[in-house]
Design a protein around this ligand. Sequence first.
Ligand code: NDP
Length: 310
Amino acid sequence: MNRVKCLIIGSGPAGYTAAIYAARANLAPVLIEGPQLGGQLTTTTEVENFPGYPDGVEPFTMMDDMRRQAERFGTTFVAGIVTKVDFSVSPKKVIVEDDQEYEADAVIIATGASAKYLGIESERTYRGRGVSACATCDGFFYRKKTVAVVGGGDTACEEANYLAGLCEKVYMIVRKPYLRASEIMQQRVLTNPKIEVLFEHNTLQLTGEGKVQGADLVYRKGEPDEEMRHIAIDGFFLAIGHHPNTELFKDFVARDAEGYIIVDGDSPRTNVAGVFAAGDCADPHYRQAIVAAGSGAKAAIEADKYIKSL
Ligand code: NDP
């Protein structure tokens, strides 16, 4: 059993920032890294909107900078996934990989969010064989090929632009007659000659012999001019949003209907004293690295206050 003052779950901007603040407050934090070191950000191509990087920064570099900063002040990193928690006791119990047990005065949950899938059968059939939710991770396999990106938000536009740099052609499958993305991202997509935006299209199924070779789409579903269409593609990239990684905490921590952890107004306090939530796992609105980092700082400050009050 390991006894710690402050335990942080998650290695995205929220987790690392919480670690920097907790370490500088002499809490000797332990940070459990989770399944994706560096968090969701590492699945994007370039970060252009995090202050302090005027020329943009490669996400792995930025996350490594944060990690080293947390390490410098005495954070201990544990590679592994939290498999169980018990927040009904004090100190709180956190089990890593089913066998390493931690007891912590305060816990900061910074587990982020994961990509959503459409829920169609063929998406599962072809996962890893043409279906992906990460253009940066898998785009390389589709050089000079034709791919489709589903979604009309900033993520979809970013993925489509990135893939257009590698692929012969990129379709964007957008269910509404407009894009939801920010103006600058929309412009990049709409002016890219390699990208064709298919507005008011939904995906019915993916087709192909052992791997994705095409997609059956429906145009203006339910309208009098509804039409079936087929596109030939080699890759199908999901970019339709995310769901929070909070299942593990559901028996203890209050969550909203979508699974986001409910925090006390502007603070990172959850309904459990000594348990704080930071970053995308508690943020259905902004979901930005800089916002996550800010909430990580707040969580560590609150955790310090809580520990001192014990
Ligand atoms: P969003 O929720 O903003 O967009 C999701 C998109 O997917 C929407 O176009 C939505 O359509 C579509 N969608 C959702 N479900 C389905 C479905 N079942 N079938 C078809 N289409 C579907 O998610 P993002 O991941 O794009 O962005 C999340 C947040 O992160 C946003 O705040 C965004 O601004 C931010 N972000 C910022 C970036 C940056 O600034 N560089 C980069 C990436 C993200 P509909 O519009 O019809 O609901």
